[in-house]
Design a protein. Structure first.
Length: 199
């Protein structure tokens, strides 16, 4: 079953632009740029929307909810209902503090893991959507509050790593969308180390 909707989770506003919690937006924006997609604000979904006409396949929609992270599901659910997209054809791109920075983990189910955007999706669209999790860990200070950590900004060296790793993130997302979740999981979930120069 092919993916019909990709939602990048993040927070609107300049103050959130460079925070760890907006890494999903960094990736979805990079994918849109790579494929020449054009964002359009659609008020009925409270989101910026772009359409990708896959070569030889059905179109895939890209969504940036503008509801702020904690209400991301409201936007995704409205879009999915309108286009009659089942939950298993939805992918969410988001940051994950339990995964080291530079690594990707792809899964098809699970809990929110303390991520409020994912919790919102679980409440509104249900379980079964694909998780494309982008590592932002480990926490710089073990006792730091999770909210403070995810809403903190990347250090200059971490930002450099993100820039260097962006092609790796894009390869994973392109593989997921063209070859399916099983192949993407087999390729990217087995990486024990960050390997940005590998396919």
């Amino acid at each position: 079953m092919s993916i019909s909707l990709v939602a990048g989770l993040g927070n609107l506003g300049r103050e959130y632009a460079s925070t760890r919690h907006n890494l999903g937006w960094v990736l979805i924006d990079a994918f849109a740029h790579q494929h020449g997609l054009v964002w359009q604000y659609q008020s009925q979904f409270e989101a910026d929307v772009a359409r990708w006409d896959r070569p030889g396949g059905r179109p895939c929609y890209f969504l940036k909810p503008l509801t702020y992270m904690n209400e991301s599901g409201r936007s995704v659910a409205a879009f999915a209902r309108y286009y009659k997209i089942p939950v298993e054809e939805i992918t969410a791109l988001y940051d994950e503090f339990n995964i080291d920075l530079g690594l990707i983990k792809i899964s098809e189910s699970g809990s929110s893991g303390g991520h409020n955007g994912v919790a919102s999706l679980l409440r509104t669209v249900g379980d079964g959507f694909i998780r494309y999790r982008l590592g932002i860990g480990p926490k710089t200070t073990p006792h730091m509050d999770i909210k403070d950590f995810v809403l903190g900004k990347f250090t200059p060296s971490q930002q450099t790593l993100i820039t260097q790793t962006l092609d790796y993130y894009l390869k994973g997302l392109n593989l997921l969308l063209t070859s399916g979740v099983e192949q993407a999981m087999n390729t990217f979930n087995r990486r024990e180390n960050h390997e940005p120069d590998q396919p």
